[in-house]
Design a protein around this ligand. Structure first.
Ligand code: NA7
Length: 537
């Protein structure tokens, strides 16, 4: 029984989103007995938690889905960039095909886990006092498992409704005719603002850093056109793994100044018109490496965006002439009329870098200039203790009882972005020092998932009890991650990629910046060279 007080299984997976489901499916095929512990009430991971207004994926389908033919063959979408409700339906379909739920314990939050060497088992504890013993512990908890709440005074005093984006009530919040505040301008803040504005009396966005948002170019897609395209899906999914970020497009083999100004203008315009991340991830190959090249892209973005905002004050806050950071070193959101919406007189944007929020009162939000703005609803789109926060928060301990939160206090150490020294037979995906935030989720999950499954198969075939990364291998991987990042413009920007969004969090690159193909090659080599960088027993 999945909910047993003392569960015994081969594999305990934490998290029933894209990653956990993929691992379960692949491991079952090899005869491993798997169970999933999931803190939420349903499958879907981030699409279970995210039901705030406008929650939508900003990677196109069919790139943003499993490459498994049994799953895609009978599934079609209604639009290029589906919303959370349709993504939840997709997970129902996944369950119908792969029969996942029967092995998932929902409402089950892991609060502790340690490997017991004498019995060669992980012992995993849940919040409500259950436990599991497993040969393998797989963490598929995603990069946004720990929310970030600001620490303003008076948050509990507010008389209206206040919600963090990923704790949005499932039943929704009626914003019709209401005054809505949105704090934060990451992907989430932009989506909430543009969606709530459709019915709210007013929307006020509190912006610390402008989002260099790109036009989504959303379009409906028909069943017929998808059916026709399906013969190409195997090829599309194969190609996906050959690109930097696991997309259908890649950076072009040209530098920015190889083109004349006219050619460049045309090149940029085409990417803008195609929409999505093309202006980011199918740009010139020096975009994220060369300051001057990057400035060209920024200037094009600013010119296009400024032209959409008639109010000069708002224009300078939303799309300043001088770049707030190098383009693409923070994640651009994909917007749908965000700028036209904020340009309207009833809506507003407040520059909280200039006048920070000092307090939440019973009626609204007070800024440093003494101004109180009154609201009925406050949406906190303030993000997450991204990438490492979730794993640090699960009570994981190494074989000697040292908490992972201690090990990662001054920085992050992993090997291949999937294992940690002192945590035998524990694997994680879509987390620290993997391609994670620089990749399309399903691509990353399949790349890392296949590696984990192959490693486990090898252990089984060769009758090895466990594999454990060495400290030296971890140190070298950390250097590798740093050295790849240092060649780019990312370290120069304060972003959650660099751990810079959480007060006191060590500043370091949290993601592997070499792209999926290189990452896959390096991970494969370690496995093929007889568990290089691991001790086995
Ligand atoms: P993000 O991208 O981390 O955005 C959080 C936003 O909240 C960002 O604009 C922050 O400003 C702002 N923020 C954070 N803390 C505060 C405080 N204390 N005061 C004011 N403003 C604050 O989170 P999202 O949920 O939008 O997106 C997460 C990822 O999920 C996204 O990238 C996609 O991959 C999916 P800052 O930029 O730090 O100045």
């Amino acid at each position: 029984d999945t909910y047993a007080k003392n569960l015994e299984t081969d594999v305990l997976i934490v998290g029933a989103g894209f990653g956990g489901i993929y691992l379960m499916h692949k491991l079952r095929q090899l005869g491993f007995k798997c169970k999933i512990y999931e803190a939420g009430k349903e499958l879907g991971g981030i699409w279970h938690w995210n039901c705030y207004p406008g929650a939508r994926v900003d990677t196109q389908v069919p790139i943003y889905e499993y490459s498994l033919p049994e799953v895609w063959k009978d599934w079609t979408w209604s639009e290029r960039y589906p919303g959370f409700a349709e993504l939840r339906k997709y997970f129902e379909h996944v369950d119908n095909v792969l029969d996942i739920k029967k092995d998932v314990a929902f409402d089950t939050r892991v609060v502790g886990a340690q490997y017991d060497k004498p019995s060669s088992r992980w012992v995993i504890e849940t919040e409500d006092g259950r436990s599991a013993k497993a040969k393998y512990l797989l963490l598929a908890t995603g990069f946004a498992a720990k929310r970030h709440f600001p620490d303003w005074m008076g948050m509990d005093k507010f008389q209206g409704e206040i919600h963090h984006s990923s704790f949005w009530p499932d039943a929704g919040v009626d914003v019709k005719g209401k005054r809505v505040a949105v704090v934060g301008t990451g992907s989430t803040g932009v989506q909430i603002a543009q969606e709530t504005a459709k019915t709210a009396a007013s929307v006020t966005v509190f912006q610390r850093t402008p989002n260099l948002a790109l036009p989504m170019q959303q379009k409906p897609i028909t069943k017929e056109e998808q059916q026709q395209r399906k013969s190409k899906y195997p090829e599309i999914y194969k190609n996906r793994m050959t690109t930097f970020a696991g997309f259908q497009y890649d950076f072009v083999e040209k530098n920015t100044f190889d083109d004349s100004p006219e050619e460049r203008e045309k090149f940029y315009q085409e990417r803008f018109d195609n929409g999505g991340f093309e202006f980011w991830l199918a740009n010139y190959k020096d975009l994220l490496f060369d300051k001057e090249a990057n400035r060209q892209a920024y200037d094009f973005w600013a010119k296009k965006t400024r032209a959409r905002i008639s109010d000069p004050r708002k224009r300078d806050i939303l799309a300043p002439v001088e770049p707030p950071h190098a383009f693409g070193t923070k994640r651009p959101s994909l917007e749908q009329n965000y700028y036209e919406m904020l340009d309207k007189p009833e809506n507003d944007v407040v520059d909280i870098k200039k006048t920070p929020i000092v307090e939440v009162t019973e009626t609204g939000i007070k800024t440093e200039d003494g101004k109180l703005r009154e609201f009925d609803v406050i949406a906190l789109a303030t993000g997450f203790d991204s990438v490492t926060g979730g794993m640090k928060n699960m009570g994981l301990k190494d074989v000697d009882g040292v908490p992972l939160s201690e090990k990662w206090k001054m920085g992050t150490w992993s090997y291949l972005g999937m294992t940690c020294s002192g945590f035998p037979n524990m694997f994680f995906l879509y987390g620290a020092q993997g391609p994670t935030a620089f990749s399309n989720g399903p691509s990353c999950v399949e790349c890392q998932g296949d590696w984990i499954v192959d490693a486990m198969k090898k252990l089984k075939d060769e009758d090895i009890k466990y594999m454990d990364a060495t400290k030296e291998a971890e140190e070298q991987w950390r250097q590798r991650v740093t050295e790849l990042s240092d060649k780019t413009l990312f370290p120069g920007t304060s972003s959650w990629y660099m751990g810079a969004n959480i007060p006191g969090k060590p500043r370091e690159q949290l993601n592997f910046a070499g792209g999926i193909p290189l990452y896959e090659k390096e991970c494969r080599e370690a496995l093929d060279n007889g568990f290089e960088g691991f001790v086995t027993a």
